[in-house]
Write a protein that binds this ligand. Structure first.
Ligand code: HEM
Length: 160
């Protein structure tokens, strides 16, 4: 496999990773959390959330790793690190920013304290906690979709 093929494989893995990951975030934000917020039982809401988002969390970890590794591989293969210093490549910054946030949340903050902290907050005031959780998911989903828009256009020379 020459470097041209490797670049195509990396791009395919990158886009597959993004689809699984951001698609999952879209489902959790627009379907799962709204459905959970409508459940009358707080206990059931928390249990379902932990089971379902826990399963997605494992997939998201793999997708985040694949997306990040393939992304850095492409930057290295194209010798394109200087893009971090060029404003028209704002979408490279945006991709890296989204990736850093999710990596921090999934691999560091969640296992360290976020999971336990949310559990405690939800026991104190379930409605409010799920409302804040929903808002955070909407924010991340919006930023992620804007990033996809910027990246797909930017790759084709349309810098928006
Ligand atoms: C460490 C994180 C990341 C790095 C280093 C990275 C790097 C890259 C690179 C180098 C490209 C190819 C650019 C080109 O061909 O000129 C690319 C394409 C792309 N990336 Fe990322 N990326 C990262 C994370 C993300 C994330 C989090 C998303 C989604 C929110 C994303 C979405 C895309 C999309 C949609 C493309 C365009 C694919 C195409 O149209 O060919 N990337 N990325």
């Amino acid at each position: 496999m020459d470097s041209y093929d490797a670049m195509i494989v990396a791009r395919v893995l990158h886009v597959l990773g993004v689809v699984m990951w951001i698609g999952g975030v879209a489902f959790v934000t627009t379907v799962l959390i709204p459905a959970l917020r409508k459940l009358p039982s707080q206990q059931q809401r928390m249990e379902l959330f932990e089971t379902l988002e826990g399963r997605f969390g494992k997939q998201a970890k793999i997708a985040t790793l694949v997306t990040g590794l393939s992304g850095f591989f492409m930057l290295e293969s194209m010798n394109a690190w200087q893009r971090y210093q060029q404003p028209e490549f704002w979408w490279i910054h945006a991709m890296t920013f989204i990736w850093v946030i999710f990596t921090l949340v999934l691999f560091v903050l969640e296992p360290l304290f976020l999971h336990r902290w949310f559990h405690r907050q939800a026991q104190k005031n379930s409605e409010r906690s799920f409302k804040v959780l929903h808002r955070m998911h909407y924010l991340l989903l919006t930023l992620s979709l804007l990033t996809v828009l910027g990246a797909v256009s930017g790759v084709r020379g349309w810098y928006l």
